[in-house]
Design a protein around this ligand. Structure first.
Ligand SMILES: Nc1ncnc2c1ncn2[C@@H]1O[C@H](COP(=O)(O)OP(=O)(O)OP(=O)(O)O)[C@@H](O)[C@H]1O
Length: 275
């Protein structure tokens, strides 16, 4: 399913925090959103998933504006994994994953064999079958993240919106989840902080800075040391991966003078006298 974003603006708390974003995301491709803290990634994703109405512009799925669809129709098209989730879910993990089936069913307690099979399969795909009977509230941060990803998969939608789905995961589970994202055959809109993983797993990268889309294209065309300096305020070195040849960024330092206190701390810890 194609996702078109045209001249989108979005607000949080009555303040406009995303301005004039236009991107077209082809069906079954992965768009990675990058940007510093507070640059508007979550706000943009909320608008793309129909959680918040945009303050200007449109989001359409295969040519139909999200605002023209009912909540149920939206739930058939997009599954969302946001950063906010209740820590208080006392229900067992399998029940939580089954909540992803609600748009397909007729109500609570009416899960079919098919729903159970889809939910169990989703848990297996994230390597969390052993957690099925555990209370969600008693899981670790990374376990919760994998279970919530399983719920999104179980919703069985052509579009997935994922807001930093890997931030609690160990490296093996980060790679596993992003492998699933790549091979899931859906249109995926994903916010990430790890630039190297984003470059490896996303077809297209969009870089937000202070609510503006400042770069958009393939990872190779988009990410370079100048952009990382101007948007993230870091000095970096690009090296080619010995096998794939793909650029990999080594982060050297904050741009000098950007945060003096941190610079001073870093210098003191390294025991150097140069600044
Ligand atoms: N519920 C809210 N009410 C008011 N302002 C908000 C709210 N949520 C976010 N904001 C503000 O909107 C701006 C964009 O926040 P957003 O969460 O979209 O950024 P982000 O790029 O996802 O950040 P991060 O990388 O830290 O998750 C920030 O200035 C933030 O303080």
């Amino acid at each position: 399913m194609r996702v078109d974003i045209e001249n989108l603006a979005a607000s949080r708390g009555g303040r406009r925090v995303v301005t004039d974003v236009s991107i077209s995301v082809p069906s079954r491709s992965v768009l990675g959103l990058l940007g510093p803290n507070g640059s508007g990634k979550s706000t943009l994703l909320r608008a793309l998933a129909g959680i918040d109405a945009p303050s200007a512009g449109t989001v359409s799925y295969d040519g139909t504006a999200l605002t023209a669809l009912s909540r149920r129709q939206v739930a058939h098209r997009v599954a969302v994994m946001t950063q906010e989730h209740s820590e208080e879910f006392e229900i067992p993990v399998l029940e939580l994953v089954l909540l992803g089936r609600i748009p397909h069913g007729r109500g609570f307690g009416r899960d079919s064999e098919h729903d159970l099979a889809v939910a169990s399969d989703a848990l297996a795909r994230v390597g969390a079958s052993d957690l099925a009977g555990r209370a969600f509230s008693q899981l670790s941060g990374g376990e919760r993240q994998r279970v919530l990803f399983a719920r999104a998969l179980a919703q069985d939608t052509p579009v997935l919106v994922l807001d930093e789905p890997t931030n609690h995961l160990d490296i093996a589970h980060q790679l596993e989840l992003l492998d699933l994202v790549r091979t899931t055959n859906r249109t995926v809109l994903i916010a990430l902080h790890d630039l190297n993983l984003a470059a490896r797993f996303c077809d297209t990268i969009g870089v937000l800075d202070n609510g503006h889309l400042v770069a958009w294209g393939t990872p190779e065309d988009t990410l370079d040391t100048d952009l990382l300096r101007s948007v993230f305020g870091v000095e970096s070195t690009a090296v080619a991966h010995p096998d794939s040849g793909q650029s990999h960024f080594l982060f050297d330092s904050r741009v000098r003078g950007d945060i003096d206190d941190i610079d001073n701390l870093g210098t003191a810890q390294k025991g150097t006298t140069t600044r």
